[in-house]
Design a protein around this ligand. Sequence first.
Ligand SMILES: *[C@@H]1O[C@H](CO)[C@@H](O)[C@H](O)[C@H]1NC(C)=O
Ligand SMILES: *[C@@H]1O[C@H](CO)[C@@H](O)[C@H](O)[C@H]1NC(C)=O
Length: 347
Amino acid sequence: MVGALKYNLSKIMFKKTPKLGYVLVILIFIGSVAILYQIQLIKIQDKLEQIEETQNHYALTVTTEKPLLEEKDLILLYNRVPKTGSTSFVGVAYDLCKKNKFHVLHVNITANSHTVTLENQLKFVQNVTNWKSMKPALYHGHFAFFDFSKYGAPKPLFINLIRKPLDRFISYYYFLRYGDNYRPYLVRKKAGNTMTFDECVLKQLPDCDPNNMWLQIPFFCGHSANCWKPGNKWALTEAKKNLVNNYFLVGVTEELEDFVQILEKSLPRFFKGATEYFQHSNKAHLRQTVQKELPKETTMDKIKSSTVWQMENEFYEFALDQFHFVKKVIARNKGQNVMYEKIRPKS
Ligand SMILES: *[C@@H]1O[C@H](CO)[C@@H](O)[C@H](O)[C@H]1NC(C)=O
Ligand SMILES: *[C@@H]1O[C@H](CO)[C@@H](O)[C@H](O)[C@H]1NC(C)=O
């Protein structure tokens, strides 16, 4: 086509002004070449884009850059329930941390609130997860459970202790009035109030309202609205689920030494030497509420007839059963090894 066109044009032009004809032929030739180049360039650009796109698709691979559970990165989270002997246990951790090379950090929440705002949950999860120089670490504080995986972070190993709900309640009642031998100089909220627990129950005062016993369930249930409604059945179910699925170990105050022993066996990176230390230091009896009178039978009966006590007690029994099961599995499997065999194909 181009050639034919060139020929015709030259024929016409040659007669009148041969020079102009030549110029036109050359111009047309250059124009054609330029168009061909343009077409080639567009093709090359398309190819490049195609290559770029395929580079942006990644095949599934597994890298070993970030192992999920390296011992040196372990994070323990102890969201301690008040008046369960947690101070004695944390004391052991503080005394061992230097020797066993881990950090212990107290999480102080304004006004001792047990619930944490969304903003602070996110900040806390990010901080704990990214703070390399603190790892391995044990964080402890009086706050209800929340799920790290909700924020895209690896779950820490949660641990906790719970106590018979009425004992805990009475201990708290007297603690507010008389303090303890741990910080005897602190003036407590109800200091000077000498009313016994029996009297309080008899007069049906708010301080000994069974609804105030609703604490261990919400601590394990977490940050859902139902968790904090005394007597809510969903909360009890959720607390049990979390205890089993999201806690590494939950002990009971009444068997604190066994709790320490199991932790030493299962997490020696933190608790090597803890049992020995616990037995021979005075930590086991460190913190005792100063004045505690045993309540009368009638008082106990009255409290135990409440829905909240019954549910809290059910939760305690559930935790106790689980803890005993963990102990049994350990006792039954002394010297247990887990190993691989029959690895095929042989290399
Ligand atoms: C938590 O921080 C507040 C404010 O700084 C302080 O008054 C309080 O004593 C701290 N709590 C504990 C248990 O150290
Ligand atoms: C975590 O918070 C502490 C206290 O504010 C800060 O010193 C530290 O740098 C934070 N770590 C990270 C990784 O954000």
